[in-house]
Design a protein around this ligand. Sequence first.
Ligand code: HEC
Length: 143
Amino acid sequence: MPEEKPAKKSRRRLLMALAVAALAAVGALGFVLHEEARSQGTVTVKTTELTDLGKQGEALFNATCLECHGENGSGTMQGPPLVHIIYEPRHHSDKAFYMAVTFGVRQHHWTYGDMPPQPHISPDDATKIIRFIRELQVANGIS
Ligand code: HEC
């Protein structure tokens, strides 16, 4: 019957349209989730009274690491927050900090890309920077 054909056709078109809409919705959700994953990057950091060593670490941190890790290690779009539960001493010991400074870091926890080595930071400087980050971590309930 000639009348049935157009009806079938339009039903098929409707199904196609629904399928396309569903795919678009999945794509949009993926985009939103991806954006959310990246914006996890920054946190609010409570500041604290630093020790002398912590203050020296802060100055070194500000000159070298702040660009990517943000003010007080709160993160930026270039690097993760270091005052973050991921970087508590049990997960990332001081050794992980010395290694990061000397060898850089391959992207693995986040989607910022790799961290380049920081050859101008001596082990002594790194010790001070670690002290600064650890003092902030403690002040923010991460220890
Ligand atoms: C050019 C940007 C950049 C600079 C500058 C930078 N970092 Fe990073 N850093 C990153 C990125 C990006 C990561 C995250 C890599 C990942 O896990 O995906 C990272 C990760 C780290 C980690 C985690 C290491 C691990 O084992 O997972 C430590 C610790 C660290 N940085 C310390 C520092 C210190 C200290 C400085 C300054 C001396 C510094 N970073 C400077 C970008 C940077």
